[in-house]
Design a protein around this ligand. Structure first.
Ligand code: F6P
Length: 557
């Protein structure tokens, strides 16, 4: 946090002004807000790169927006943003720079941080990734028995999985390389199901782990190594360890541990401690994606990120898409008390986008203390969740429409489909049908349907109340021409910066994740308790103790 930023944003005049303003506009219905400001549907929009954002259906007036922009100023968002982009150590609890934006700087850009020519380093790795994936895709890189590699299995978890999984699915239309699969869970079902039917001679594993110390990933990678060597061996014996070099590559910041695991560091693609795991899909962690789509489309992906970075760095706050979205999130969560945020892509190919955003946003902003260690004084970190439309409409939209909780939602959609199919009568397009649902849902969520309107349709009096659609549920619509590599990069960068803006306003360090550590050490301590032959000593608490005993009995111990 820069020194000019207040520690407690809720003690600032800007926050108090918003509190007072909320008293007067908080109860306004979107029907009224639109009646008072009929042009807002055309004007409360912002375009960045290929993205068109309509935030007119948020519960804000123009005055709210001005006050929110004041809040961003009061929180020092521009100064903190610039400090991040310069490479200052804004991740204070880990004393690290936060430079995921450097991963997508063009080759000719200049950025030296802590004496390191960051741009040269980034492009050095990108070039190596490009050379490797070219060889893989062309068949020049072969397995130990000379066979072409036809399947790449990425083994990683968290940021070393979710980003590649999401982007790979989103860009399946652009994939023309080897089949790419993912293993993340330490549940053995994941590895077993993913490798089922694969030919070890034609399979390459990418072991992706920033730290190369993550239990799940190392456990899966060890099992995969065994699977490979046993599969390549003859007459029931395992193949020679030397086969590993042709079937395993690593992506990590930790060369020592990669080497200790048995992967030649010549087959390692590096990145740096200034890339957080959840911000790493555009680093070497994206190697499996590059294998699928090729280096040129990967470059388009990076360019999409960069276009949004430039916008974030330069657009005035009131026209800055990530700033506006971040502020609207603060408005909904800190002032209206909305605890969660739905992300609803009207695109099946973005099926893992909400899961990806869960880590990005919740691991970043799920904090109870500010950067200076003092407790926060307002709720932080929205609970992100979602599923693609129209599936969600037949599952949880009931609560969005008529439930007692306010759930703001981001709707994502595209003008052009990547493939289209005629509707049942052969005259229409399924994509148009999909998008008519998008527009209908955002309309109904905003404006609802009153008891009078329902009664006027002849509805039985005792059913009217059940059919009332309250409306006044805020949404942002995010549209793009089509789902290209660049657009995927733009969407990810947009949300990365939304997280940054919100974290800055709440005064927290969005780039550490200490809250995940205790569970890891406790699991390590409990593993021998579950597996020991002798009855274990009682656990500290009676619940864990009873659960462990129940489990051990189930395992015959
Ligand atoms: O446990 C959380 C976490 O540290 C994430 O932040 C990270 O993305 C994930 O684990 C995987 O870490 P690594 O890439 O070091 O294996």
């Amino acid at each position: 946090m820069t020194s000019t930023a207040p520690s407690d944003i809720t003690a600032t005049p800007a926050w108090r002004a918003l509190l007072a303003h909320h008293q007067s506009v908080g109860a306004l219905h979107l029907r009224q807000i639109f009646a008072d400001d009929p042009e807002r549907g055309r004007e409360l929009t912002v375009d960045v790169a290929d993205l068109h954002l309509d935030y007119s259906k948020q519960r804000v007036t123009r005055e709210t927006l001005a006050l929110l922009v004041d809040l961003a100023e009061a929180a020092g968002v521009p100064a903190h943003r610039d400090a991040m982009l310069r490479g200052e150590h804004i991740n204070t609890s880990e004393d690290r720079a936060v430079l995921h934006t450097a991963l997508r700087l063009p080759r000719e850009a200049e950025l030296v941080v802590d004496g390191q020519d960051v741009v040269a380093d980034v492009h050095g790795v990108l070039d190596r990734m490009g050379e490797f994936t070219d060889r893989l895709r062309s068949g020049e890189w072969t397995g130990a028995t000379g066979e072409r590699i036809t399947t790449v299995v990425n083994i990683g978890i968290g940021g070393s999985d979710l980003g590649p999984v999401m982007v790979h699915q989103a860009l399946r239309h652009h994939a023309d390389g080897p089949d790419v699969r993912f293993v993340s869970n330490v549940d053995p079902a994941d590895l077993v199901a993913t490798t089922a039917g694969l030919d070890p001679a034609r399979t390459l594993f990418v072991v992706a782990s920033k730290t190369f110390g993550t239990l799940e990933t190392l456990t899966n990678a060890t099992a995969a190594k065994r699977w490979l060597l046993e599969g390549l061996g003859e007459d029931g014996s395992s193949a020679d360890e030397s086969a590993v070099a042709k079937h395993f590559v690593a992506v990590s910041t930790n060369a020592e541990k990669v080497s200790a695991f048995g992967i030649d560091t010549a087959n390692m693609f590096g990145f740096w401690d200034w890339v957080g795991g959840r911000y790493s899909v555009d680093s070497a962690i994206g190697l499996s994606v590059m294998a699928a789509i090729g280096r040129d489309r990967f470059a388009e992906l990076l360019d999409g990120f960069h276009q949004v970075d430039v916008h974030f760095a330069t657009a005035p706050l009131a026209e800055n898409a990530p700033v506006l979205l971040g502020l609207l999130g603060v408005w909904s969560s800190s002032f209206f008390g909305a605890g969660s945020k739905a992300v609803l892509p009207y695109s099946n190919d973005l099926g893992r986008f909400a899961a990806y955003l869960q880590q990005l946003t919740m691991e970043s902003n799920g904090k109870s203390v500010r950067a200076d260690g003092t407790p926060v004084t307002t709720p932080t970190g929205e609970v992100y969740w979602g599923e693609p439309g129209t599936n969600g409409q037949h599952a949880f939209y009931q609560l969005l429409h008529q439930g007692t909780r306010l759930v703001p939602a981001d709707f994502l959609g595209f003008a052009e489909p990547l493939e289209d199919v005629a509707t049942m009568d052969g005259t229409g397009s399924m994509h148009d049908l999909l998008m008519s649902n998008f527009f209908a849902q955002t309309k109904v969520l905003a404006f609802g349907k009153t008891a009078e309107e329902i009664a006027a349709e002849g509805t039985a009096a005792d059913v009217v109340a059940h059919k009332v659609m309250p409306g006044n549920r805020p949404t942002t619509s995010i549209l793009a021409p089509r789902l290209t590599p660049s657009v995927v990069g733009q969407l990810v960068a947009l949300y990365e910066h939304v997280v940054f803006v919100q974290g800055t306003i709440w005064g927290i360090d969005s780039f550490d994740q200490w809250g995940v550590e205790l569970g890891k050490t406790q699991a390590q301590a409990l593993t021998p308790v579950l597996t020991a032959e002798a009855a274990p000593a009682p656990q500290d608490d009676s619940s864990t103790d009873a659960l462990v005993r129940w489990y051990r009995a189930g395992r015959g111990r």
